[in-house]
Design a protein around this ligand. Sequence first.
Ligand code: LLP
Length: 423
Amino acid sequence: MNHFQYKNGQLYCEDIPVKDIAKEIGTPFYLYSKATLTRHFKAFDSSFADVDHLTCFAVKSCSNIAVLSLFGSLGGGADIVSGGELFRALKAGVKPERIIYSGVGKTEEELRYGLQSGILLFNVESEQELYRLNTVAGDMGKKAPVAFRVNPDVDPKTHAYISTGLSKNKFGVPINEALALYLLAEKMEGIDVKGVSCHIGSQLTRISPFVETLKKIKAFVHHLAEKGIFIQYIDLGGGVGIVYDDEEPPHPEEYAEAIKKEMGNLSVTLIFEPGRVIVGNAGIMVTEVQYTKTNRGGEKEKHFVVVDAGMNDLTRPSLYGAYHGIRPITEDRKMYQVVDIVGPICETGDFLAKDMNFPRVEQGDLLAVLSAGAYGFTMASNYNSRPRVAEVMVAGDRFEVIRRRETMEQLIQGEIIPDFLEK
Ligand code: LLP
């Protein structure tokens, strides 16, 4: 359930017609509903209310500081993967002791920043990272809290680009080699071994890969205990998938039940790093039809709806062949035809939808691209020198621009024409 609903033929975000926002700020823009963000965060977090846990929102999925600040105020933490995300999370007021740091390529500078900020946990992904972290911590006279991200070799049954828990993927330390790292880390001055972490992939629509992973982790944790290593945290990575089209992902509550059952009486704090399940359906992208055109001459006529948002604004369809529902924001367009909805970028790969049965729209009509809250704005680029679009949050009958549309000047910010070029 989300708060993007039609009332009297008009799409509303909570209590505001989407067209009113478009009129005021122009298109394209991302639009988030505070009530939906809150509802989805709570739905996930409260499913684990009866066990010791921490919900660390995956910043990469939607990193606007207003969004992070909302989750922070709801008791959430942050799962970060770069110094930039740490900066955002701290700026948004997320407590450092609720921040965990994942990622295969943390630089020395990033490790130092994390240590200096006093974050909860570094999810270490290789032996070399462990040595580096130990050295940096030693230099700073600190002990780094560490969990190793183990790779359980479980197939998450999702898109190949977003599978992370198979041994052929670059992530983590193979679970059957991880013990050696724990034993090594125990002896290091600058390291405080605290947990085990994993993340097997994103947009999972089944529970079984999560349970299979947890089984392997439990066995591993017992093995560690036999060696005298007792851990405090198990981090189970990202959340469950969402409905874009006809998927049937588990509800967070079903996921929570399965995890709690599998946990049994293992006494640790569980950490989760959900992104998509919280923000995915709490955001849409609004775009305006610029032109409609029909290309004839091929085997069959091809109809195009050209809009003012492209693959630089929402990359998922082009990059993963991902489906996003698209609807006109008024329901009065009735006649249907099969169209490609495309952007202005100079590439054939620039599309938001292919062969979609779509109401006949006209120049100036506004369209809502659904389920765009996760990995939407955060994956946007300036390709074709297009300023990144605005982000807006609605709360009841109020809305606020939470990120201004970029200006032309910002497009060339930091660029320099060197003196050695002839003027
Ligand atoms: N934790 C780690 C270490 C991750 O790598 C990810 C996502 C998450 C948590 C959050 O997973 P979620 O709850 O959102 O499933 N750009 C792709 C998705 C990439 C996911 C990367 N990692 C997309 O648009 O589908």
